[in-house]
Design a protein around this ligand. Structure first.
Ligand code: GLN
Length: 239
């Protein structure tokens, strides 16, 4: 079996090393004997979604998001078809905001991809914190770090998790991120997947199931260190 990961615009969207999530997906495939490759796309490159099994859209500053959002409009239709066909996407922070209808900032309004019904508005003060979630998809809590000025309204969509510590989508609803089909959008930055191996395996499993058209049960890995890193954050912040 083989997985191809598409990393969209790492030159512009790679805040806090979102790239580490790619390494994690690659390694967790390879440790199980699943072939894995990553294709990096620059802004001007054509993206052939039919060749991709997982797409990563990372975080960025408002300035970088503004540049990227213009290009995303041009690939919107193919990206939407991929998502509706069950294509796997992990979108982090700035990338998460761009999945929705728009991101309104003091500098102007960025048109989103309209892949998922959500929108984001910038409000005074940034939401910067360690964060711990309980997601219905996983037994382990999900841990990470958030830093965003945008507040995201996901309407009636399924959130990624309930906030046990931190701010989440808007600092008020008590929820973080979004899950739509095989898309996860989240404000959790940087080493999201290394500290949350169940999230990583969910993405890999969904991608393989779509590609090979059958149920896949991934071989368990020794996640002792990952579990310790996760538990350390949970114990530190959730009483
Ligand atoms: N620029 C966006 C915001 O501040 C996203 C930031 C990010 O990706 N960390 O809300």
């Amino acid at each position: 079996m083989k997985i191809t990961i598409g990393h969209l615009y790492p030159d512009l969207l790679n805040l806090y090393g979102d790239r580490g999530n790619i390494q994690c997906m690659m390694k967790r495939c390879q440790w199980r004997g699943i072939e894995a490759e990553t294709l990096e796309f620059k802004l001007e490159d054509e993206v052939d979604f039919s060749k991709l099994d997982i797409v990563l859209l990372g975080g960025g500053s408002d300035r970088e998001q503004m540049i990227v959002c213009k290009r995303l409009q041009q690939i919107q239709k193919n990206f939407k078809d991929y998502v509706e066909d069950g294509g796997v996407v992990i979108a982090v922070c700035g990338g998460y905001q761009l999945l929705g209808d728009y991101y309104q900032t003091d500098e102007g309004r960025m048109e989103g991809l309209h892949l998922v019904k959500l929108h984001t508005e910038q409000k005074p003060g940034r939401l910067i914190s360690n964060i711990v979630l309980k997601s219905d998809l996983f037994d382990m809590p999900v841990v990470g770090f958030e830093n965003h000025g945008g507040r995201t309204d996901i309407g009636d969509n399924q959130p990624f998790g309930k906030v046990l510590y931190g701010s989440g989508n808007d600092g008020e609803s008590g929820y973080e991120g979004i899950v739509y089909k095989h898309v996860i959008g989240t404000y959790l930055h940087g080493p999201l997947l290394p500290k949350n191996p169940q999230v990583c395996d969910w993405l890999i499993e969904k991608a393989l199931e779509r590609k090979y058209g059958k149920d896949i049960e991934l071989q368990p890995l020794d996640d002792q260190e990952e579990k310790e890193a996760n538990a350390y954050i949970v114990n530190r912040f959730v009483k």
